[in-house]
Design a protein around this ligand. Structure first.
Ligand code: GDP
Ligand code: MG
Length: 676
């Protein structure tokens, strides 16, 4: 079994390649074309309209006796959460590069994420048939930018419109394709290509001998190196992420696809060949980490990595099992929420149908129907074994819009829909404006919110008015301050009183908020009850998210409770929570409150002719150009610009470049708001 993903910058050909893989592995009847909007993996109406993949769907297929689960990862950074989520449950990936553009900004982002989760990869250089395609340029680009040792295991025969096949450097054979790519023809290497092939095989052996003693030995003794030994040693190096083997092809022209399917089997790990997943056992105060064995006979343990809502079936919970076996119609346990649930049915998703199965076991991926509470990131386990799988890390939303139903009666319906959507997507948040009662939704970028809004209007058919996108600023402080807040209120004849001394201090940018309790327990005779301590913490954390002056969430503040005045007679939870919240606001108001704005990393590609106009457009919008790099037919410009000035940038960029420049926008950091 293999659990793999396909990662790429948008437009590098992920959907096209996935379609071909599904076709050749015999699971889909015909090849869908992305351009016709009928690709099988792009289920949702909207995705088809936009021609991009938003949802990661898991699809099972079979090749030479192996089961391959393909987890579709989106290429657009607006959907980072989707990427993180899928990388979390993959055991290996195919990284696709565009033969003209090489490494693009989002490839770098995804690569960093793949590093974090130690995902072994094989590289595939697609679109070898395009004008300006250059396999060897991409090899170098990958090596330089991603800092990984690449090794070509194939080289292309011809390029651009004359690209016709590949040379397999392990077998030392030429591969050509016939009959829409269905028939692969192996032949000896043509004499005029022999020298080049030998040179590149030498480089492959050289790269391998850097990591394998077995290869070095053979090499030094001048012996012929057997293809099976190369595959075996390369497999080890790929799994350790020491070498990225590079394949080449043109998926749309059905050239080069079967060898990558073989590569999935040959070089990417099975679930029990990767380092074991880490589980956290939470005991009273300490967390103990344990390795989870990939054992179908162990206690059941799985991670929910995706929720999709289906109008008929309800919540589809995509789960990756790490240990044990989960049976259909059985009780399961949501470890984080400490609640029992039922797994009514278990499905295996194929590209064009779903199949009910009796159970899924360690290492496998499936869909559970019937669970109501589960959210993305939840651990499903057993009641007697309180293990939590690693939590996923998600970035913060940077833009928001208001949304208002056309009729008042739709207001509850809207809240329900928003709840459903945020269950699917943890990077999307909803908040009610306390003064206006308006609902505000926040997300990762314009496209992200646009997709959510379109789903609300079209998929759920709810009439609503949507405001203009706004930047979600943050608040922080620039000096320390200490303040004592006293609270007293008589409710139903009973006094509720509290006193808290709070110290606030700015923390390093990006380090987040921190709450510390450091009060001496000198107040009165008694110890302070734990409910009161919890109420204080709740008060402060609530205040972190509701801001200081402007109502934007606070970041990078350390708040320390240094003294507490508590009396058994009048000290209530209510009083302490309210007092803590007021103490925070008051202390911060005199600690030099500042407004921070999200700064975005802007990555642009422009044909040479438009570079000047593109750069001045970025500067006009308060952007700082950081670097410029010439590629074969195009320049790459990296810049940083405030999110606030980047709305509608796509339209302006299209108009100055006759639609030929492209860009991506990704959150970089928060910075004090200034007149850039
Ligand atoms: P994704 O965004 O990574 O999923 O990329 P798609 O599979 O949607 O492909 C983006 C565009 O590139 C589409 O217009 C494809 O037809 C085109 N494309 C994909 N593979 C190739 C290829 O091998 N050669 C050429 N010339 N175009 C390709
Ligand atoms: Mg796609």
């Amino acid at each position: 079994m293999r659990n793999i993903g396909i990662m790429a910058h948008i437009d590098a050909g992920k959907t096209t390649t996935t379609e071909r893989i599904l076709f050749y592995t015999g699971k889909s009847h015909r090849i869908g074309e992305v351009d016709d909007g009928e690709a099988i993996m792009d289920w949702m109406e909207q995705e088809q309209a936009r021609g991009i993949t938003i949802q990661s769907a898991a699809t099972t297929t079979y090749w030479k006796g192996y089961q391959i689960n393909i987890i579709d990862t989106p290429g657009h950074v607006d959907f980072t959460a989707e990427v993180e989520r899928s990388l979390r449950v993959l055991d290996g990936a195919i990284a696709i590069f565009d033969a003209v553009r090489g490494v693009e900004s989002q490839t770098e982002t995804v690569w960093r994420q793949a590093n974090r989760y130690h995902v072994p990869c094989v590289g595939y250089v697609n679109k070898m048939d395009r004008m300006g395609a250059d396999f060897f340029f991409v090899l170098d680009d990958v090596k330089n930018k991603l800092k990984i040792n690449t090794a070509a295991v194939q080289i292309p025969i011809g390029k651009e419109s004359s690209f016709e096949g590949v040379i397999d450097l392990i077998e030392m054979k030429e591969i050509h394709w016939e009959n829409e790519g269905e028939k692969m023809i192996l032949s000896p290497i043509a004499p005029q290509r022999e020298d080049t092939a030998k040179k590149w095989r030498e480089k492959l052996i050289d790269a391998l001998s850097g990591v394998s003693d077995a290869i070095t030995e053979k090499y030094l003794s001048g012996e012929e190196i057997d293809p099976s030994l190369i595959r075996k040693e390369l497999r080890k190096a790929v799994i350790k992420r020491e070498i990225l083997p590079m394949f080449v092809g043109a998926s749309r022209r059905n050239l080069g696809v079967q060898p990558i399917i073989d590569a999935i089997i040959d070089f990417l790990p099975a679930p029990d060949e990767i380092r074991p997943a880490i589980g956290h056992i939470i005991k009273k105060d300490e967390i103990q980490d344990i390795n989870i064995p990939c054992d179908p006979n162990g206690q059941p343990l799985g991670l929910v990595f995706k929720i999709q809502n289906d109008r008929e079936a309800g919540s589809l919970c995509y789960i990756r099992m790490y240990c044990g076996t989960l049976k259909s119609s059985s009780a399961v346990y949501n470890t984080g929420k400490k609640k029992r649930e039922r797994a009514n049915r278990i499905l295996r998703m194929h590209s064009n149908k779903s199949e009910a199965v009796d159970s899924i076991s360690a290492g496998d991926i499936g869909v559970i129907i019937g669970m109501k509470l589960a959210q993305t990131g939840d651990t499903i386990g057993s009641e007697g074994w309180p293990v939590l799988l690693e939590k996923m890390q998600f970035p913060e939303p940077v833009i928001s819009i208001s949304i208002e139903p056309k009729t008042i009666s739709d207001s509850d319906k809207l809240k329900d829909i928003l709840e459903l959507l945020s269950k699917e997507d943890p990077t999307f948040t909803t908040k009610e404006n306390e003064e206006t009662g308006q609902l505000i939704i926040s997300g990762m970028g314009e496209l992200h919110l646009d997709v959510l809004v379109t789903r609300i209007l079209k998929e759920f058919k709810l009439g609503a008015t949507v405001g203009n996108p706004q930047v979600t600023f943050r608040e922080s402080i620039n000096k320390e301050n200490t303040h004592t807040e006293n609270f007293s209120k008589i409710i139903a004849g009973k006094e509720n009183a509290a006193g808290i001394t709070l110290h606030v201090q700015p923390a390093a940018r990006g380090s987040g908020n921190k709450y510390i309790y450091a009060a001496k327990t000198s107040s009165g005779k008694s110890e302070i009850p734990s409910e009161i301590l919890e109420a204080i913490e709740r008060g402060v954390s609530g205040a972190f998210s509701s801001g200081i002056v402007m109502g934007y969430p606070c970041i990078d503040i350390t708040a320390t409770v240094t003294n507490v005045q508590y009396s058994e007679l009048t000290g209530t939870e209510f009083a302490f929570e309210a007092c803590a919240s007021m103490a925070f606001d008051e202390t911060c108001r005199n600690a030099g409150p500042i407004l921070l704005e999200p700064i975005m990393a802007v990555d642009l590609f422009s044909p040479h002719d438009f570079v000047g106009d593109v750069m001045s457009l970025v500067t006009q919008r308060g952007g700082h150009i950081q670097s410029m790099n010439s590629k074969t037919d195009i320049d790459e410009i990296k810049a940083q610009a405030p999110m606030e000035k980047m709305f509608g940038f796509m339209t302006s960029l299209r108009s100055v470049s006759q639609g030929r420049a492209s860009f991506s926008l990704e959150f970089s950091h928060f910075e004090k708001k200034s007149e850039r």
